[in-house]
Design a protein around this ligand. Structure first.
Ligand code: TLP
Length: 346
């Protein structure tokens, strides 16, 4: 039986086209800027987002940290969502390694930061306080349930940043899911932002890698930051070759993952004991009511052991589960999951 892994889209493996491209990739030493495949990926990424330059990094976490280190000096403060990946799940790297002070702002149920809250969180011009220098948003918003933020909202944050003399960074780990959800070009979701990180290794199936885009001077500083973080890679074209397929082909099919997530939520919603909490882009959250008679851990264990279906219990024993669709989850897998959950709860 084939494992159906819905724990995250990060579990997606490279496609056979990617593996072939990796085998054929023309390579060089990227620390010397000599790897033609990396150079191509960086140029294409910059163009896709309407920015001057890009740098290939090992992960979303490294891309975000390079951005913050390149934008901010020690003792500066940034406005960041209180449930954002940068604030909650990156070990406070900005503070640990950059002396940058996070100023958390509440993330709303729609994944956005209210402009009033942002305004109120800017430090006054006071020598007691860390100077606010940057605002960041996350699109799609992971902890809010894969919610995509619109072009209009992004433009409002860009205006806010400009009028307050702040720089603006987007954690766009899943920006192409947002672009697919709104049927817009990626560059529209980066307009007015000084920088954006996006990942190749989530729904886009590349084995490793993210890109950070911005203007040429910023990317030069970000490359320095990448080097001191140990992220100067050598024949990285072998990874960039898969990245090019992610960027040009795989991003164009993400709407299929969104439809599959919708089908999954619809099917699960008909099973007594299951309550769908939310379904946006490729994310599905559901909970089990008391009727189900199984704890969250028992339920996940039974799915794993009896059906080889992997899901993430989320929020401890409260019975909330997070599922994410991706390239390797097709319609047949969706049907199997619905059938297995129905059988376990019958
Ligand atoms: N998120 C992972 C986990 O770390 C939670 C996941 O499974 O979703 N920004 C956002 C919005 C992310 O969701 C992630 C990864 C990152 C940044 C970091 O990317 P990586 O894992 O490449 O460092």
């Amino acid at each position: 039986m084939k494992t159906i892994d819905l724990r995250s889209d990060t579990v997606s493996h490279p496609t056979s086209a990617m593996r072939e491209a990796m085998a054929r990739a023309v390579l060089g030493d990227d620390v010397y800027h000599d790897d033609p495949t990396v150079n191509q990926l960086e140029a294409d990424a910059a163009a896709l987002f309407g920015k001057q330059a890009a740098v290939f990094v090992s992960s979303g976490t490294q891309g975000n940290l390079c951005a913050l280190l390149a934008h901010c000096g020690r003792g500066e403060s940034i406005l960041v969502g209180d449930t954002s990946h940068i604030f909650r799940y990156e070990q406070g790297g900005m503070a640990q390694l950059g002396g940058i002070v996070p100023q958390p702002v509440p993330v709303q149920r729609n994944g956005a930061l209210r402009l009033d809250d942002l305004q109120a969180a800017i430090s006054p011009d006071d020598e007691h306080m860390a100077k606010t220098s940057l605002v960041t948003i996350e699109n799609t918003h992971n902890a809010a349930g894969g919610i995509p933020l619109s072009v209009e909202y992004t433009a409002q944050v860009a205006d806010f940043a400009r009028s307050n003399g702040l720089r603006f960074h987007i954690d766009g780990a899943r920006i192409f899911n947002a672009a697919a959800a709104y049927a817009v070009e990626p560059k529209a979701l980066a307009e007015g932002a000084d920088s954006l990180t996006f990942c190749l290794s989530k729904g886009l199936c590349a084995p490793v890698g993210s890109l950070l885009v911005g203007d040429a001077a910023f990317i030069k500083r970000a490359r320095r930051a990448r080097k001191v973080l140990g992220g100067g890679m050598r024949q990285a074209g072998i990874l960039a070759a898969a990245g090019l397929i992610a960027l040009h082909e795989m991003r164009l099919r993400l709407h299929e993952d969104h439809s599959n997530a919708q089908l999954l939520a619809e099917g699960l919603s008909e099973i007594p004991g299951v309550t769908i909490q939310s379904q946006r882009t490729n994310f599905v959250y559901f909970s089990l009511t008391a009727v189900a008679g199984l704890s969250a851990q028992e339920f996940a264990k039974a799915l794993r052991e009896d059906y080889q279906i992997l899901i993430s219990p989320y929020g401890g024993e409260q019975g909330l589960f997070r599922l994410r669709t991706h390239y390797w989850i097709d319609r047949t897998a969706i049907d199997k999951v619905i059938m297995a959950v129905g059988a376990l709860l019958s």
